[in-house]
Design a protein around this ligand. Structure first.
Ligand code: PLP
Length: 388
């Protein structure tokens, strides 16, 4: 069978592959410590589940508008105003099958052959592949610990060409956990406006931040940048709703209408009754979000302390999300070799940094229980002692 040329250039998701291998080992009865998860380990808060159950009982089981339930679009527009200082109407919002789908449809609506999309590395692994699937060219800008894994305004400016259409910004970031400061965002916004490009701000980890760090949306920094900003977000991380598959994108109405047409011919609406759970998530108390954040904060503290005591590894302190991005350069191993050996010899699952464009790193997720963190760190310590 001859497959379409465009799929020859994309790779299956490495994070999903490692998580699947760890799961298979667990199923065989092995005591695996998995730090591969990109999802909170908490159950979805009860009031959100109850709202979806109620919608199901009330017969919200039919097709709905492709762009989402009007009440949910309104609730998201209100949230964007209240939480992020962004003035959108419901018409500026489309509900999608997760944040991933919002970004994918955005690329389908916006990017074509010849278009360049600037992606700072380390990046969330799906960004470059989405650009390729849309026929565009990803322009990867390497960052490292010396700039806190942040793209600088000069790097952004130097990467822009006549063909640059979009800049992908992810703060807090997966995999590094970095959060851009308001001043850093303002400096990047200046370049976006000067070069007259668009920026998509992936804010899916916005609620998971630590130690008083300030999280703001680049789009809130003035009218000129607002007009060039697209917001991608979702319910997966903040409300522990990964399996519900609900995300959204906010931007100019023309773009939202186009994305809605694409959705109308591909997935149609997001699961109708699930959207009522999402309305409850936004319109009820946000205490559940804070409780999960506090649990992550505690785990981050323990894991960082343990990690920093292991010789041969180093890790910048993350300000957000639930990952440690660890430099393994001193081991001389590639990230795949490191992760394979760690899984085989110690039954500890980590994600190789090559998946994020940084082969001298690995990613550990602390969206797991404290017991697994302690046990996994003991094993990582043992692994490193044997290695160096
Ligand atoms: N953006 C980033 C940076 C992510 O890490 C993820 C999920 O891991 C997503 C977007 C997509 O999330 P979802 O499609 O589950 O809403």
């Amino acid at each position: 069978m001859k497959l379409a040329a465009r799929v020859e250039q994309v790779q299956p998701s490495l994070t999903l592959a490692i998580a699947a291998k760890a799961k298979a080992m667990k199923a065989e009865g092995m005591d695996v410590c998995s730090f591969s998860a990109g999802e909170p380990d908490f159950d979805t808060p009860t009031h959100i589940k109850v709202a979806a159950q109620k919608a199901l009982d009330e017969g919200k089981t039919k097709y709905g508008p492709a762009a989402g339930e009007p009440k949910l679009r309104q609730a998201i527009a209100r949230k964007l105003q209240t939480d992020n200082g962004l003035s959108y109407m419901a018409e500026n919002v489309i509900v999608t099958n997760g944040g991933k789908h919002s970004l994918y449809n955005l690329h389908m609506a916006l990017i074509e052959a010849g278009d360049e999309v600037i992606i700072p590395a380390p990046y969330w692994l799906s960004y470059p592949d989405m650009v390729v699937l849309a026929g565009g060219t990803p322009v990867i800008v390497q960052t490292d610990a010396s700039t806190g894994y942040k793209i600088t305004p000069d790097q952004l400016r130097a990467s822009c060409t006549e063909r640059t259409k979009l800049f992908v910004l992810n703060s807090p970031s997966n995999p590094t956990g970095i959060v851009y400061t308001p001043a850093e965002l303002a400096a990047l916004a200046e370049v976006v406006v000067e070069k007259d490009i668009l920026v998509v701000s992936d804010e899916i980890y916005e609620k998971i931040i630590y130690e008083g760090v300030q999280q703001i949306s680049i789009g809130s920094l003035g009218q000129e940048i607002f007009e060039r900003t697209l917001i991608s977000n979702g319910f997966a991380k903040a409300y522990s709703m990964t399996g519900w598959r609900i995300g959204y994108l906010a931007g100019p109405e023309k773009l939202i209408k186009t994305m809605s047409t694409i959705q109308g011919h591909s997935t149609s609406n997001v699961c109708t009754f699930a959207q009522f759970g999402a309305i409850a998530a936004l319109e009820s108390s946000q205490e559940c979000v804070e409780q999960m954040r506090l649990a992550f904060a505690e785990r981050r503290k323990v894991m960082l302390e343990r990690l920093n005591a292991i010789s041969g590894l180093s890790c910048a302190k993350p300000d957000g999300a639930f990952y440690l991005f660890i430099n393994i350069g001193k081991t001389g191993l590639t990230s795949l070799e490191f992760c394979d050996a760690l899984l085989e010899s110690q039954q500890v699952a980590a994600i190789p940094g090559i998946a994020f464009g940084a082969d001298d790193h690995i990613r550990l997720s602390y969206a797991t229980d404290m017991n697994s963190i302690e046990k996994g760190m003991d094993r990582l310590d043992k692994f490193m002692r044997a290695l160096l």
